[in-house]
Ligand binder design. Structure first.
Ligand code: CO
Length: 141
């Protein structure tokens, strides 16, 4: 069902300070920066081979990442797995009785479609499914 790890999501209070570490010190290339209003975050994607690190700064305290920071402080927020067909993957998990945060996929960073599973169903690891933009446009083999 899952392809590979798409990204690790990291909650930060200060994007510039985080970029000084990941881009400056770790020399990861920043590939994308976007305010995703729907998720209440400003997000930066850094490239690491085919995978990414996703830095997340909340747009306010009353957002999911804002509440996470208030509760736990900065750190690893979620793990995201790539799926070729998020509708099928989400439906299969829901049919198997898995609790999800999103009933259906929503728009994520860089035109992707994403859905979160509930941490109560995943051993407290917030888990995201990602169907990259254009996944359906690629030739099927
Ligand atoms: Co993510």
């Amino acid at each position: 069902m899952f392809g590979r790890i798409d990204h690790i999501g990291i909650a930060v209070e200060d994007l510039d300070a985080a970029l000084a570490l990941y881009e400056g010190r770790f020399a990861m290339a920043q590939s994308y920066r976007e305010v995703v209003e729907e998720q209440g975050v400003e997000a930066v994607l850094l490239d690491l081979g085919e995978n990414h690190v996703e830095l997340l700064r909340p747009l306010g305290e009353e957002t999911p990442v804002g509440r996470f920071l208030a509760r736990k402080g900065p750190g690893i927020h979620h793990v995201a797995y790539q799926v070729p067909d998020i509708d099928a993957a989400l439906a299969a998990l829901q049919e198997a009785g898995m609790r999800t945060i999103d009933e259906r996929p929503r728009i994520g960073i860089r035109g992707s479609r994403v859905a979160f599973l509930h941490p109560a169903a995943t051993g407290a690891v917030l888990t995201e499914l990602v169907e990259p933009a254009g996944a359906h446009d690629e030739p099927r083999r």
